[in-house]
Design a protein around this ligand. Structure first.
Ligand SMILES: [Mg+2]
Length: 326
């Protein structure tokens, strides 16, 4: 079978069978936003990796090198946030280059990466440069400290719990559509797509306040909530009227002739956090993070959309999976 036939997630399932279950100081293995390790002093570390590939994750014609560097690190920090991490972190960076790139482009990329690192208490510790004849890529791996012993997991959802999300959704995907139609990368409408904000403080606070589960939104809300369902063995009802969409997203969607709700549900790359917590904690999280209650965990499986009257609504084509673009 070809990878394109089983898809990204089918391949990951097959490979996870070969890596075995976590043991010893590996507290959490493959299948979450990050692995979790324990060092000799008992401190917990989240360990994650993510790559951005030309033509797949970015198009150099509308992606400034500075933003590519910023985003390459930010998406890894977002995975750390999804574990409830917010402590110091250390990054290794692998660049795949064909050789025709200007040195000044790479310096610009590292300026973006370094600015992101400084803002979020991260140090770039090293890396590698390799030849990649066809396409430029930048791959970052990140080791980030967790506070205390707990961490947030995709498998942390139980029936009856509340589903929350930080921030607002849809603007990143709408910003991408804006760029693809010739919009300038310096325009504020492109900002959420080019400069995602890892929700490190929110993830850390959610863990401290007693949340049990989390995922960051990279593939799109519905698909990422679907990952929580799979890993937790539960279903989730999403309350459509509660989905937080900013005024800016509504305006941009109208300008582009696109549906803001669809952008919020399936667009992806928002890098907000979906959080799972007991109902009694939900008001505290709403207040303190802040966050919005967008659903509830139930028995069963899969994500179901409910309108204001509690009627089931059809889901739009949902989210991103590598090797499975129609
Ligand atoms: Mg993630």
């Amino acid at each position: 079978m070809k990878v394109s036939e089983c898809g990204e997630f089918g391949l990951i399932r097959a490979l996870r069978r070969l890596t075995g279950a976590p043991e010893g100081d590996l507290l959490l293995g493959a299948g979450d936003d990050a692995a979790v390790l324990r060092d000799g002093a008992g401190r917990r570390w989240a360990y994650t990796a993510d790559a951005l590939v030309e033509g797949v994750h970015f198009d150099p014609s509308y992606t400034p090198w500075y933003s590519l560097g910023f985003k390459a690190l930010a998406v890894n920090l977002s995975d750390l946030a999804a574990m409830g991490g917010g402590g110091p972190s250390f990054a290794l960076v692998v660049l795949g280059l064909c050789g025709e790139e200007e040195v000044s482009w790479m310096e610009e990329m590292y300026r973006g990466l370094s600015d992101c690192a400084r803002r979020f208490n991260c140090r770039v510790a090293g890396g590698d440069v390799v030849r990649s004849p066809e396409r430029t890529f930048v791959s970052v791996s990140l080791l980030g400290a967790l506070d205390g012993e707990g961490f947030l997991v995709r498998g942390g959802a139980r029936p009856g719990q509340a589903v929350l999300v930080t921030g607002t959704l849809g603007e990143s995907w709408l910003g991408l559509q804006f760029l693809m139609r010739g919009g300038g990368p310096d325009d504020h409408r492109a900002r959420r797509h080019l400069y995602p904000e890892p929700r490190l403080e929110e993830g850390r606070r959610a863990l401290r306040l007693g949340a049990t589960g989390a995922i960051d939104i990279s593939d799109g809300l519905l698909r990422d909530v679907g990952h929580i369902c799979e890993e937790s063995g539960v279903g989730v009802d999403i309350f459509l009227e509660n989905i937080p969409i900013s005024d800016a997203a509504h305006r941009l969607a109208e300008e582009l002739g696109l549906d803001p709700l669809r952008a919020a549900l399936a667009g992806g790359e928002d890098y907000e956090l979906v959080l799972i917590a007991d109902q009694r904690l939900a008001p505290l999280l709403v207040e303190e993070l802040p966050a919005t209650v967008i659903g509830r965990v139930r028995e069963g499986e899969g994500v179901v959309l409910l309108d204001a009257e509690g009627r089931v609504v059809d889901a739009p084509e949902t989210g991103y999976e590598h090797f499975r673009e129609a």
